[in-house]
Write a protein that binds this ligand. Structure first.
Ligand code: UFG
Length: 432
């Protein structure tokens, strides 16, 4: 029988590429996403690439334990790949609580429910090279010591690694876990139907390059040219998104086929090839025959000088190896940006935007419904009390009722905000 993999955050950049590779490897996939940081474009692209119009999609928030339980009740899940998390380093510094709450709570819920499945479950967590911080020695192996993270986002990766390890250990064999530490995923699917869709000004290098090349941004700032590297710019291990996605298929299969050597394993997912920012920009211009206006700018706080993977363990143990050249990957990234521009020109991306807007509003409406029902229940409960009981607990009831009324009111405001935001987005799409 076909095995089913749940991909949380499956409509995002990495999640959508992983979904394609899993389907092509013969797995059934359930995609779950709350569309908080992406629209429907990539989900629709996955269906087109794989011809799977029936691909299950659950619009839900993994911070909602009830919803996670219902999801596991609806499908028989053999493995979960957990992507559903916020990922912007700078935003995490400004809003730490939002990051800790969302990234930890969603993962805790997944583990709680997955661990209670009869027959157990396999969990793959998307970790990051960020856990190595500024390494003393490069390339880094899985045994390179982790360093304190420089952002709340990075902290959530380190914490989730520990949470998975501890939970697997305590689960008496019910849970198996794999931590994949990604280096810098870039590029897009060769079909150009899915790729990276940053909201607003991109933080990451390659979307900034492609947007500058197409004229959406004036000039790329290269952050720092005085680093102790061969050309003075930072070095990273840029890995093709399809190569990275395939690593997940290898990891899931390893778990399903009982080939793990430990109940919780860690693998670096990188190429082993350092590339500097300047080398990447030059390679992009050469392979695509376009100019990327760029200038040197001061260092970006929090950047590490150089990091790349030693991928030997993943190569030898999992049998996975990155295969794409940087040039192939940069061609795919450019094809994706051109595809987006073409869609905008013809207005064919409006349907995707409208559908995700609808999902967002429906979700907000569900929340409002719950908050209003809860407020009504509390008022009923209060009305049923005797005058003595009301008097005795007046303060407690005052705050209970106020809180319920405020929650209901906030949830209605959320719907209105979503509608306004959505209308703005659609209108802006037309103007741009
Ligand atoms: N860069 C520029 N100009 C830009 C954007 C980036 O010069 O406009 C440079 C950065 O300074 C860095 C390199 O390009 O030297 C790569 O930057 P990215 O933002 O693309 O990637 P990072 O290596 O900073 O980030 C990656 C992941 C994060 C993770 C982080 C931690 O994308 O999720 O590694 O190491 F948290």
């Amino acid at each position: 029988m076909k095995k089913t993999v749940l991909v949380s955050g499956g409509a995002g950049f990495i999640g959508s590429h992983v979904t394609v590779e899993l389907l092509e490897a013969g797995y059934d996939v359930v995609v779950a996403d709350n569309f908080s940081n992406c629209d429907r474009t990539c989900f629709e692209g996955v269906k087109k690439i794989t011809g799977r119009e029936d691909l299950p999609l659950e619009v839900m928030d993994f911070c909602d334990l009830k919803a996670v339980k219902a999801l596991f009740g609806k499908y028989h899940i053999d493995a979960v790949i957990h992507f559903a998390a916020f990922k912007a380093v700078g935003e995490s510094v400004a809003k730490p609580l939002m990051y800790y709450k969302n990234n930890l709570e969603s993962f805790l819920n997944v583990l709680e429910v997955a661990g209670a499945q009869p027959g157990g479950c396999n969990v793959l967590f998307s970790s990051s090279a960020t856990v190595y911080g500024e390494p003393d020695v490069v390339p880094v192996t899985e045994n390179t010591p982790r360093k304190p993270a420089t952002s709340p986002y990075g902290n959530t990766k380190t914490m989730c690694e520990d949470i998975l390890r501890d939970t697997v250990k305590a689960s008496d064999g019910a849970l198996k876990g794999i931590l994949l530490r990604y280096f810098n995923p870039i590029g897009a699917h060769p079909s150009a139907l899915i790729g990276e869709l940053p909201r607003g000004v991109p933080n990451n290098l390659v979307p900034f390059i492609t947007q500058t090349a197409i004229g959406k941004r004036e000039c790329l700032n290269i952050f720092g040219n005085d680093y102790p590297t061969p050309d003075g710019t930072c070095q990273r291990d840029y890995i093709d998104i399809v190569d990275l996605a395939r690593a997940h298929v290898y990891a899931v299969t390893r778990m399903m086929e009982g080939k793990m050597k430990k109940d919780c394993e860690v693998f670096n997912v990188g190429t082993g090839r350092p590339v500097s920012v300047l080398e990447l920009v030059n390679a992009f211009e050469k392979v695509n025959g376009v100019k990327v206006p760029h200038k040197f700018a001061p260092r970006r706080p929090g950047d590490v000088t150089a990091i790349w993977a030693d991928p030997t363990l993943a190569n030898e143990e999992m049998g996975w190896k990155a295969t794409r050249t940087v040039e192939e990957t940069l061609k795919a990234a450019w094809a994706w940006e051109c595809h987006l521009a073409q869609q905008k020109e013809t207005g064919s991306d409006d349907t995707g935007k409208a559908t995700s807007l609808k999902d967002q509003i429906l979700q907000a409406a569900d929340k409002a419904n719950e908050a209003i029902s809860d407020a009504i229940d509390k008022v009923k409960e209060y009305s049923a009390l005797s005058p003595e009981e009301k008097k005795a607990k007046q303060d407690e009831w005052n705050s209970k009722l106020t809180e319920a009324a405020e929650k209901a009111s906030d949830s209605v405001k959320d719907i209105v905000d979503d509608i306004k935001e959505g209308a703005d987005k659609l209108f802006k799409g037309k103007k741009d």
